[in-house]
Design a protein around this ligand. Structure first.
Ligand code: ADP
Ligand code: MG
Length: 150
């Protein structure tokens, strides 16, 4: 577990971009944090780093939005999900074991169905900025965090 203080939005975007550059096909990034913590901000920067040129908006009503980039990007926002069953109905497993990068906002709400390996990114309000807590599950994600902190 690594903690990083992000003093402003620019720093949030910076770390998101660098994280995006380190992601590979099949990676899953779980974003956890209150409303306004910066989950969508990070997602936009990751999308930038993946050469996604479309404008990213939170898929609040659709659960998942798909984008073309260096790798396909699957952006989930599961805030309105009522049970994990709904995730299976939209084909969650094909996404997470697929060829793209999955980013899941509010992933704590579907913790029971997350894969064994993923990168957990928590964002908390702290002073004027945000605290980011990175917890890698699996050696691939440990390496990504190591690279990110270099
Ligand atoms: P979420 O998707 O978690 O609800 P958003 O990314 O939509 O959050 O919004 C985050 C808000 O916080 C934006 O207004 C952004 O400018 C701001 N923000 C992002 N990172 C920081 C930071 N490190 N310090 C202060 N404000 C930030
Ligand atoms: Mg959001």
């Amino acid at each position: 577990m690594e903690k990083i203080y992000l003093k402003d939005e620019k720093e949030t975007r910076g770390i998101g971009y660098r994280l995006g550059k380190l992601l590979n096909k099949g990676n899953v990034v779980c974003l956890i944090g209150d409303l306004g913590a910066g989950k969508t901000t990070i997602t936009k920067s990751i999308a930038n780093a993946l050469d996604v040129h479309d404008y990213i908006t939170s898929p609040t009503f659709t659960i998942v939005n798909e984008y073309e980039g260096r790798l396909p990007l699957y952006h989930f926002d599961v805030y309105r999900i009522s049970s994990s069953e709904e995730m299976y109905e939209i084909g969650f497993e094909e996404y997470i074991y697929g060829q793209g990068v999955c980013i899941i906002e509010w992933a704590n709400l579907i913790e029971d169905i997350l894969p064994d390996n993923y990168l957990k990114v928590e964002l908390n309000y702290k002073e004027e900025g945000r605290e980011m807590i990175l917890t890698p599950f699996g050696s691939e994600y440990e390496k990504i965090v190591e690279e990110l902190l270099k």
